[in-house]
Design a protein around this ligand. Structure first.
Ligand SMILES: [Zn+2]
Length: 141
């Protein structure tokens, strides 16, 4: 009888140890998942920053082309105004994409850039503290 009780106690301890190990494994899994998510956010932030740098370079190249067109016109070789208009519209599009990327990137840091004036606002703000325009809802990560 005494021996059986001891065996039961040993089984209980073993059982408890197994459960603790499982809980620890679970906690480790959750920790790894959270770390993975944070790393994913950092990677996304870095990727957006690279895309913004590329877009900025594209805008700069087009601005240079517009400058060359204006100068050519000045020196007696007039640029077709539609050709210049097309490049200017490309710049508009690139800048809009750039603003959107920046808004996404700042959103990852809990900052919302105003779509109107570009001012940086806290994620909780409903309206821009600079110009009063309603702030667009960010897609939650
Ligand atoms: Zn604003």
């Amino acid at each position: 009888m005494e021996k059986k009780n001891w065996k039961k106690t040993a089984e209980d301890i073993l059982d408890q140890t197994c459960r603790t190990a499982l809980d620890l494994g679970d906690a480790a899994g959750r920790g790894a998942k959270a770390a993975g998510k944070a790393a994913g956010g950092a990677a996304r932030y870095a990727k957006l920053k690279l895309e913004e740098a590329d877009l900025t370079a594209q805008v700069r190249r087009r601005l240079q082309r517009v400058g060359e067109m204006v100068y050519a016109t000045h020196t007696g070789d007039p640029t077709d105004s539609e050709a210049m208009e097309a490049v200017l519209r490309e710049i508009d599009g690139l800048r809009e994409t750039l603003r959107e990327k920046e808004r996404q990137r700042l959103g990852l840091r809990g900052i919302r850039a105003c779509g109107g004036c570009g001012a940086r606002n806290d994620r909780e703000n409903e309206y821009c503290t600079n110009c009063g325009q309603p702030l667009e809802r960010q897609a939650e990560e």
